[in-house]
Design a protein around this ligand. Structure first.
Ligand code: NAI
Ligand code: MG
Length: 339
């Protein structure tokens, strides 16, 4: 099993290179048979060559790799984030990674958010009509195909049911955005009927935000179209205690290919200061190991990460005095090697 590592920009390389020794250790001790190659795609390469995602990259990833571990993209020298869009959206769309999963480990329990990751308002259908040197009219269309909604909802419900889940909430805005809203509601009802063990409810996204902030444990698993999912998963990250903690997996259920990345960006404000929290990057590796079927390794890494997070080796964003590297020493020290 080969993993493509894309450290990216800013704190991306810092947290990725801090987290990888944990993977090396588990791989070596448990004989997981993993190997990885590091790719320097990001702002430096873009500025030097004008290339974000190199020609043939998608085919190479498809044929030679099982997963991508990505740090973050974004650099003040590329103000419009053109390289980031080319690489990130290129990977998400090109590899059809239509399920984005973000587990939100909250103080009282876990809330899983599943976001459709390829269509909706992010399809790039639209345009502008100029007016006086600026924009007079702007259109971004929200597009969903039944096939994508069905595949997404089916995969999520099967997975939630297989994990013993009982309650699923669909987030939408069918009162104001009726066409795609109706498609989502229809498919959700159809797919739920195959899972007698699951109770489904649906909520308007604004009401959901209100309840999610006040009483997050009302929810167990949440399904959302692209834009709503993007927004509510950042609320999830805030409820968890900050961007430094949140991890995500983008998966194509048909091929099994996965892109694993922390939710945070490249944090240029703290890059180079050794204050980047590697928790989210390590948690990303937990999701990656789990996805590859290395359950024991994932659980061990997760335990040591959570133990380390209860020490004062945490980084400043969590109130500790530790550096990125010191926190990782605390994690590695706690990895039990005789699993
Ligand atoms: P950001 O997530 O990089 O930073 C937001 C705030 O959270 C900053 O104050 C930062 O210092 C802090 N923060 C983030 N991660 C942290 C960590 N691991 N440890 C400690 N503090 C952390 O979001 P921002 O500032 O909006 O974006 C910066 C750049 O990253 C932009 O170029 C943006 O486009 C890009 N970006 C990339 C993403 C990706 O690659 N998936 C996601 C979000 C933003
Ligand atoms: Mg987002």
């Amino acid at each position: 099993m080969r993993i493509a590592v894309i450290p990216g920009d800013g704190i991306g390389p810092e947290v990725v290179h801090a987290a990888l020794p944990a993977l090396d250790l588990l791989n070596h001790e448990l004989g997981l048979g993993l190997s990885y190659d590091v790719f320097g795609w990001g702002a430096d390469e873009w500025l030097a060559t004008g290339v974000g995602l190199p020609e043939g990259a998608l085919d190479m990833l498809r044929s030679e790799y099982t997963a991508v571990f990505l740090g973050a993209l974004g650099d003040p020298r590329v103000p419009d984030m053109a390289h980031g869009r080319e690489i990130l959206l290129g990977l998400r769309r090109g590899l059809d990674l239509y399920v984005n999963h973000r587990p939100n480990q909250l103080p009282d329990g876990l809330v899983d958010i599943y976001r459709e990751n390829t269509q909706g308002l992010y399809v790039g259908v639209g345009g502008t009509v100029p007016q006086g040197g600026g924009v007079g009219v702007a259109v971004d269309q929200c597009v969903y195909t039944r096939q994508t909604v069905e595949n997404f909802v089916r995969y999520c419900l099967d997975r939630i049911a297989a994990q013993g889940g009982r309650k699923v909430t669909l987030v939408h805005k069918a009162n104001a955005v009726p066409h795609t809203g109706r498609l989502w509601q229809e498919v959700f009802r159809e797919e739920l009927s195959r899972h007698p063990g699951l109770t489904g409810t649906d909520e308007y996204v604004d009401a959901f935000c209100y309840h999610f902030v006040r009483t997050p444990m009302r929810y167990e698993a949440v399904l959302a179209p692209n834009l709503f999912g993007d927004i509510i998963s950042d609320i999830g990250a805030a409820l968890m205690g900050g961007l430094g903690l949140a991890a995500s997996a983008s998966i194509c259920p048909e091929t099994g290919f996965g892109l694993f990345e922390p939710v945070h960006g490249s944090a240029p404000d703290i890059a180079g200061t050794h204050r980047a929290n590697p928790y989210a990057a390590v948690m990303t590796l937990v999701l990656l190991l789990d996805h590859l079927g290395h359950r024991a390794a994932a659980a061990a890494l997760r335990d040591s990460l959570d133990q380390a997070a209860r020490t004062d080796a945490t980084t400043p964003d969590l109130g500790g005095n530790g550096s990125t590297e010191e926190f990782m020493v605390a994690v590695l020290d706690r990895l039990p090697m005789a699993i």
